[in-house]
Design a protein around this ligand. Sequence first.
Ligand SMILES: [Zn+2]
Length: 181
Amino acid sequence: MYQSQAGQEQMWVTCPECLGSGRLRVIMGDDSEVSIPCVCCERGYEGSPGRIQSYRFMACITEHTVTGVDAQTREGGLRVRYSFGCYSTEEENVFATRDEALLRANTLVSEHEAEEIKRLKYKEKQHRTWAWNVSYWRGVIRRAKEEITRAEARLAVAPKNPKEVDKADKINSETGKLSCI
Ligand SMILES: [Zn+2]
């Protein structure tokens, strides 16, 4: 019997978003530009290398001697598995002739390729994540700057009457203004 499989080989492709640079420039509403690591080819702690890991698929046919057949009824249908020694596979990937096996293997390759293209396309279109990244870090910077302004103001003005400062603080927090004391 012949078994059909889609063999795979790892390969690297240039990142379609940053074209290998690993960085993306984002233009904000006020025309300022920021540079962020490319989200498309990001690989955790490794950063953004500017390339994406992908796979090349190929039809793979292997000849085996069937050592066992296992049939089970599941969800109304009959599921058959063939055993080749200590290894087994589904009926749909086992054939009597090499030609039939090749046809099936080519279908498996097409299916895997379509899945891989979908995966890469999904990686490409993560603009929402980029936008989130940029606005998040700008928010962190803005809040830190406000914090610094407040801290500097506190150092510059030595309060003569701590009670009055407390009162002013309270008014400020009630009106929600970020004015200094
Ligand atoms: Zn990239």
